[in-house]
Design a binder for this molecule. Structure first.
Ligand SMILES: [Zn+2]
Length: 66
């Protein structure tokens, strides 16, 4: 990880600092673009592991037959 600098006073920031310790400027954490996609895929994987796909398929099939 690279060192982040305050955009206002160029002070060095801790990796998890949300505000600059010297001037108090807000320093939003760098937000990787793939984070929402990654978390969504992890959620889908967890859902796939927790929910038995056969149960879901039976439910859909039963719903159509009704
Ligand atoms: Zn600053």
């Amino acid at each position: 990880m690279s060192v982040r600098l305050c955009q206002r006073c160029s002070a060095e920031l801790a990796p998890d600092d949300i505000r600059c310790a010297r001037c108090g400027a807000r320093t939003p954490l760098p937000y990787p673009w793939y984070l929402p996609i990654l978390s969504g895929m992890i959620l889908l994987l967890i859902a796939w592991a927790v929910i038995d796909p056969e149960v879901v398929w039976d439910y859909i099939a039963g719903f159509g037959a009704r």
